[in-house]
Design a protein around this ligand. Sequence first.
Ligand code: CP
Length: 314
Amino acid sequence: MKNSYQFQHRHILGIEQLSTTDIIHILDIALSFKEISTRSIKKVPTLKGKTIINFFFEPSTRTRLSFEIAAKRMSADTFNIAASTSSAQKGETLIDTARNLEAMNPDIIILRHGSSGAPALLTRYVTAGIINAGDGTHEHPSQALLDMMTVRDHKKSLEGLKIAIIGDIAHSRVAHSNILGFTKMGADVHVAGPATFMPPHVDTLGATVAASVKEAVTDADVVMALRIQKERQDDPLIPSLREYAQFYGINKSILKHAKPDVLVMHPGPINRGVEMNPDVADGEASVILEQVTNGVAIRMALLYLVMGTQGAEV
Ligand code: CP
């Protein structure tokens, strides 16, 4: 990487806006931060005095908590606000709420929202850095970054890997961000799932649509299963969960077609026995909890970079 490189993103809205160099830089910074979480005193002063607001309109365990842990490990002051306990319940609009948050002078607002484009909208109304923690069916950039970090930890490079993503591609912001991210990094992404879960534009993102799960998984370096996003579907798009598990669930038998050193991934939360069998989720090939560990490091890197504190003492 050239010495003149400077990370220039004030906001993290999606993988779409990040270059390959940006992604490598984020993964490298995250790797250097990962060790902090293993210390007995898990705190560095890097973001001391900075104010970070976690603003979540949808449920979250991993993303909300890991952004909060990341901010606290860097000594920032963090505050959580959920739609269910905010004045959004009284009819306040997203923009009005954001303007009121802005009036309290935060440095970064982390937003999860059910509407695609909500974080991009906020950038027009607030001066704080905005990090997209998942917007509708659009993008979940920090998830894709932690997924790429996890694969890179094991495979050294993403170039030329076969990545199989199985399940509800159409409604999954994780799938969208991962297809963009892994293809930018030179991997070969194959997707499989019921036709009703396959978006019409998926090949334009760079993914190959496989005719079957077996075809997608054959010789794969990585198999990632996705949860059915029921919250984004008005009517059921599959006949039954039992049939879904039978034809699209990741089990030991289908994994035999993948490479012997395949990595099994899932962004969580898992519906065990539906998109993935418990013996696979908890099996030797699973790196699902490593994904969660890397999530803290990636979010530390994103907060650091968005704050523009490159070169500060860590
Ligand atoms: N992967 C993910 O976004 O999990 P949460 O919904 O728990 O944040």
